[in-house]
Write a protein that binds this ligand. Structure first.
Ligand code: COA
Length: 218
């Protein structure tokens, strides 16, 4: 199976949102103790309008003969997506722009095949080429250290409430970029604030996913 990572295009928007919705809501994830996150597909939709970085919204395609399109003959099929957005660290005398990323999604049937890895590695390499100084984000501490992410506390950065914990991680893309961030607090787009956006997500789902229902969870 070949995995190709490329920039997302407008024609991919709908499938990317469906993949995101499936990745974050499938029953096994919840059974394993994951948090049910039914907002992530809406975040992707909104991040394209503000705070998201178009050059860092990437899709992973695989070529799977079983999925060959009868008309075009193409076997390519999008199975994963990652998007980056603008964030910053604010200290008493600096505002330091950084990258955030997420949601990161792989279609459940294609997980644990290296697709998430390919998306993250491509994102890191593209972000570095585009000149971004650092990535900071919240994620699973059991998954991300394999890519070189470290707990943000090593740079003396906290979340916006002044806390640090293993799920708050980062990576410098330019050496010592975060050295002037010590004592600073991290702020990401308010699109990640579930509490603030709950009603908007429900309205969005009512219209946009009206004909679709997630599988029952019991
Ligand atoms: C998390 C996710 C993006 C990983 O993508 P993936 O394509 O399944 O992962 P990969 O195949 O690239 O896995 C790479 C490695 O990480 C491990 N891994 C994958 N998911 C993991 C998880 N949830 N926890 C711990 N390790 C994990 C795999 O075992 C693999 O290790 P190996 O190469 O030594 O076998 C994908 O499982 C997903 O979409 N999950 C649901 C949505 C989600 O949780 N997104 C991330 C939010 S922080």
């Amino acid at each position: 199976m070949n995995i190709t990572v490329r920039n997302e295009q407008e024609k991919d928007y709908r499938i990317v949102e469906e993949i995101t919705r499936a990745a974050f809501s499938y029953p096994e994830r919840i059974a394993r103790g994951g948090i049910d996150c039914p907002y992530e597909h809406w975040m992707v939709h909104e991040l394209r309008k503000r705070d998201g970085i178009p050059g860092l919204s990437l899709v992973a395609e695989i070529d799977d003969i079983r999925l060959q399109d009868s008309q075009s003959g193409s076997c390519n099929h999008i199975v994963g997506h990652i998007i980056c957005s603008k964030a910053e660290v604010r200290s008493s005398d600096h505002v330091i722009p950084v990258l955030n990323f997420g949601p990161l999604s792989v279609l459940p049937a294609y997980q644990r095949m290296g697709i998430g890895k390919a998306l993250i590695r491509n994102m890191i390499s593209k972000a570095a080429k585009l000149g971004y100084g650092a990535i900071l984000f919240f994620g699973r501490p059991e998954y991300y250290p394999q890519f070189g992410f470290k707990e943000a506390s090593i740079w003396g950065i906290t979340d916006s409430n002044g806390n640090h914990y293993p799920a708050f991680m980062g990576m410098e893309l330019i050496p010592d970029y975060l050295s002037c961030a010590r004592g600073g607090k991290y702020y990401e787009s308010d699109l990640y604030d579930d509490d603030q956006n709950c009603d908007k997500v429900r309205d969005f789902d009512t219209v946009y996913f009206a004909s679709e229902r997630l599988p029952d969870r019991d």
